[in-house]
Design a protein around this ligand. Structure first.
Ligand code: PMV
Length: 300
């Protein structure tokens, strides 16, 4: 049996625009999904989401792809995740990468981390229709990364407080909604994407300088641009304003939006106050930090 775990992620800036090639900055966070793989005659999947294999399209696709590279009848898969599903924290990427990596180890397939990230991305594209390589790359490699160049940036010495609305959202649907808006108003939407990309370019230098108040201010601007793309919702806005009022450097949606999670950048002394404000605004607050650890094997 092999157990692998992979982290979730937050977007400091750049979601949606990154699907069209603009730069974005994402950070792996210390919430992980663990997947255990054991060779078996047939395939079964157990997780809190339920036993049925149909509930796990990413895991099924990962098994199918690995079967093209090595021979096995089936696998017993057990999933244990700290990452809320369909909430903008990269849960699909984490389960895909942990599954690919555990099968890779269990059957000595010999794929490198880069190949696993690539394979994970192609699975996301196949299932979602369109997906940037951000989630799968970050989940494999960990750390703070500028996409699509994959340049690793300095680790952030600040904390995050994530606010979960508890309302799940479909990345595929939200990406589709933005794509329709782009078809209707290509000139306008392209300028919004360019502005989001400019935030990531600035952010790259601000991270190196450690200027958290400017990063926070740019996160707030990024939030306005995400709102203009129609991916906001009242629950997210309530938590975003509450976090800013409680002293966060900045706060915005993370991931596809339309529900899911927001993220606030905070100093360590403000984390508790911001978490409380998010809870009072109706969210579930999760304190998170950047992790350098990407996909990794775990002891049984
Ligand atoms: O909500 P998530 O964690 O699946 O993130 C989606 C991020 C998008 O930029 C909207 C899509 C993508 O594939 O990058």
């Amino acid at each position: 049996m092999t157990i692998c775990s992979a982290p979730g992620k937050i977007f400091l800036c750049g979601e949606h625009a990154v699907v069209y090639g603009e730069p974005a900055i994402a950070c792996a966070i210390d919430l992980r999904t663990r997947v255990s793989i054991q060779e078996s005659l047939d395939t079964s999947i157990t997780s809190k989401l339920g036993r049925g294999i149909d509930r796990h399209p990413y895991v099924l696709k990962a098994i199918e792809r690995m079967k093209m590279l090595t021979e096995f009848d089936g696998v017993k898969v057990k999933i244990d995740s700290e990452i809320p599903p369909e909430s903008g924290l990269g849960s699909s990427a984490a389960v895909t990468i942990a599954t690919l990596s555990a099968i890779n180890m269990e059957f000595d397939v010999g794929l490198s981390d880069e190949e696993i990230a690539e394979l994970g991305h192609s699975i996301e594209v196949e299932i979602q229709g369109a997906a940037s390589p951000t989630d799968t790359f970050i989940s494999t490699m960990g750390g703070v990364v500028l996409m699509p160049s994959r340049r690793r940036l300095k680790n952030l010495d600040y904390g995050f407080v994530v606010g979960d609305t508890g309302k799940t959202s479909s990345t595929k649907e939200l990406v589709g909604r933005v794509s329709l808006l782009r078809e209707r108003y290509p000139d306008v939407v392209q300028m919004i994407f360019n502005a989001i990309g400019a935030i990531a370019k600035r952010g790259e230098h601000l991270i190196e300088e450690g200027d958290c108040s400017a990063i926070g201010e740019l996160m707030n601007i990024n939030q306005g641009l995400l709102e203009s793309l129609g991916v906001g919702c009242p629950e997210l806005s309530a938590q975003i304003y509450a976090a800013r009022d409680a002293g966060a450097f900045g706060a915005k949606i993370t991931g596809a939006g339309g529900g899911g999670c927001m993220v606030a950048l905070v100093s360590h002394d403000h984390a508790e106050k911001v978490a409380k404000a998010i809870e009072e605004a109706g969210g579930r607050a999760i304190k998170a930090r950047v992790t350098e650890v990407g996909v990794a094997t775990e002891d049984e």
